[in-house]
Design a protein around this ligand. Structure first.
Ligand SMILES: [Zn+2]
Length: 518
């Protein structure tokens, strides 16, 4: 039990289109961390939401010929509705366009930075990518194209408010290199340190109201300008707990939290690891403690487009994937197959193969087998563990896998390594399957029937060890696959005097020869 107070956030996607699997990745990762910390006895507040004020939403609405508010409402609701299909457990969902907590907080942040002398007006001309909502230096644009979007940025000249980022380079460097602001993985930390070492230029913190089509939060005292959407969006991390509206939550969940953890994709690292901490330093507010960075997904070898569409027959729609394959299979692919560093390629065939190998064959068979053995040889009554645990026939390795799992999972999740964390769970499955083969309970049962009392005791011990391992699996798996963990708990529930009859906890997903589910 660590008993820390932990604040966890995902980024808030702009809602110019529906959610795709890349959004699901970040939401599921955040959900695992939230569930893990709750299980460890920590107090947790986990938060997600949508960035309603992006100019991209305006452009998408214009392209569709609908009102911006209508488009934003529709898509933001679709993001919020990912909660059930993906089994998410977030505590708060903030929509920057309509949540009454947001605007007062963004304005307070603006006033605080202005009071520190960090906001000033300047005429500026530069190359702007609307997709990224940021200015680029020509040197940052290979062949003159945006590195994220492959599109040609537009030349923009206007007078804006600027934020004095240059003033914070030294402090940011010290905070990040000392680990007080921790960035994982290390390659991303080095990327940020390299960016800071290259020199920080002040950034434009507002846009002309005309160019923003009147969409966004006006600059306090300057209605011709709206606050830069990144400033506005980053503010959500503190406006949701009430930075601008008062109350105890801000003290409790931001100022008073032991850890303030942001999950972000690699494409928005600079905003979270440089701009955002600098704004907080200027405003005199605590910084995040951890920034955990994931890479991207491709679908069937192609990048997911801005509209969420993908080439070929694959779908990137997480709701559709869940309706075809189930929550457990989708979460498991995201957690088990996506590496800590490097992009991962999704196909439905990979998802099915992974679910069938691991969840149906490895885990599902184990649980059914153990329950069946208990019914066949002990009338469904799970034997209690003896004074000496079954250490023969590989029992020690299984007991050790169970004992070590919680610590290994905690260490892996602290390092933002979901593959290593799920590997610790999987060691229990592998050791338990190996143990069944080595202990050969059916031979022990035959010897017992033939009058060998010591074989009967060994059978009790080995069944107790196996049932204990399956119950441990239900606990350790819960943050990753809460639904499947619940079914394993039910399968091993002996509170009625005996275990329920064996039923598959994860039925195989059917595939046709082409690899598609039929
Ligand atoms: Zn771009």
């Amino acid at each position: 039990m660590t008993n820390e107070r932990v604040y966890l956030s995902t980024t808030i996607p702009y809602v110019n289109a529906r959610a795709h699997l890349g959004h699901a990745l970040e939401l599921v990762q955040a959900d695992v961390l939230a569930r893990h910390h709750r299980l460890a006895g920590d107090q947790v507040r986990s938060q997600t939401g949508t960035d309603d004020n992006s100019l991209k939403n305006v452009l998408a609405a214009e392209a569709e010929g609908v009102a911006v508010a209508a488009l934003v409402d529709r898509n933001a609701s679709a993001f919020a509705a990912l909660r059930d299909p993906l089994s998410l457990s977030f505590d708060d969902f903030i929509r920057t366009g309509s949540d009454p907590r947001h605007r007062p907080g963004v304005e307070r942040l603006w006033y605080a930075c202005a009071a520190s002398g960090d906001l000033y007006r300047k005429r500026y001309e530069g190359l702007y990518c609307v997709g990224c909502e940021q200015f680029y230096r020509p040197a940052e644009l290979p062949d003159g194209l945006c590195p994220e979007h492959g599109t040609r940025p537009e030349r923009v000249a206007e007078e804006n408010w600027f934020f004095r980022l240059s003033r914070y380079a030294g402090q940011l460097h010290d905070l990040i290199s000392s680990g007080r602001l921790r960035i994982e993985p290390a390659a991303r930390r080095n990327e940020v340190l390299g960016f800071i070492a290259g020199g920080l230029e002040d950034f434009s913190a507002s846009r002309s109201t005309a160019r923003a089509r009147g969409w966004g939060i006006p600059v306090p005292g300057d209605p011709d300008q709206v606050i830069y959407v990144w400033w506005d969006a980053l503010g959500n991390y503190i406006t949701a707990p009430g930075y601008g509206t008062g109350g105890e939550d801000y003290e409790r969940w931001w100022n008073g939290a032991d850890r303030r953890i942001h999950l972000v994709g690699k494409g928005v690292l600079r905003f979270h690891a440089v701009y955002w901490p600098a704004i907080l330093l200027s405003a005199g507010e605590p910084l995040p403690t951890d920034i955990l960075v994931h890479d991207y997904l491709t679908i069937g070898g192609s990048k997911i487009s801005k509209s969420g569409a993908v080439a070929g027959n694959e779908t990137a729609d997480p709701v559709e994937l869940v309706s075809r394959y189930g929550t457990d299979a989708v979460r498991w692919w995201l957690l088990r197959e996506v590496p800590r560093v490097g992009d991962a390629d999704f196909t439905a065939a990979r998802l099915t193969a992974r679910a069938n190998d691991d969840l149906a064959n490895g885990l599902g068979n184990l649980v059914s087998r153990v329950v069946t053995l208990v019914h066949r040889y002990r009338q469904g009554k799970a034997p209690r563990p003896g004074e000496r645990p079954a250490t023969a026939a590989g029992g020690r390795a299984l007991a050790a896998a169970c004992d070590r799992a919680p610590e290994r999972i905690a260490a892996a999740l602290a390092a933002f390594d979901f593959r290593a964390a799920t590997a610790a769970v999987w060691d229990i499955v592998d050791e338990a399957n190996r143990y069944v083969e080595r202990a050969e309970p059916w031979l022990l049962a035959r010897a017992e029937r033939d009058g060998d009392a010591s074989a009967g005791r060994l059978l009790d011990e080995s069944l107790a060890l196996l049932v204990g391992a399956c119950r441990e699996l239900a606990i350790t798996l819960a943050p990753f696959l809460p639904c499947l963990a619940g079914r394993i708990r039910t399968a091993l529930d002996g509170s009625a005097g005996q275990l329920p009859a064996a039923e598959p906890v994860f039925p195989r997903l059917e595939t046709s020869s082409a690899g598609a589910v039929v």
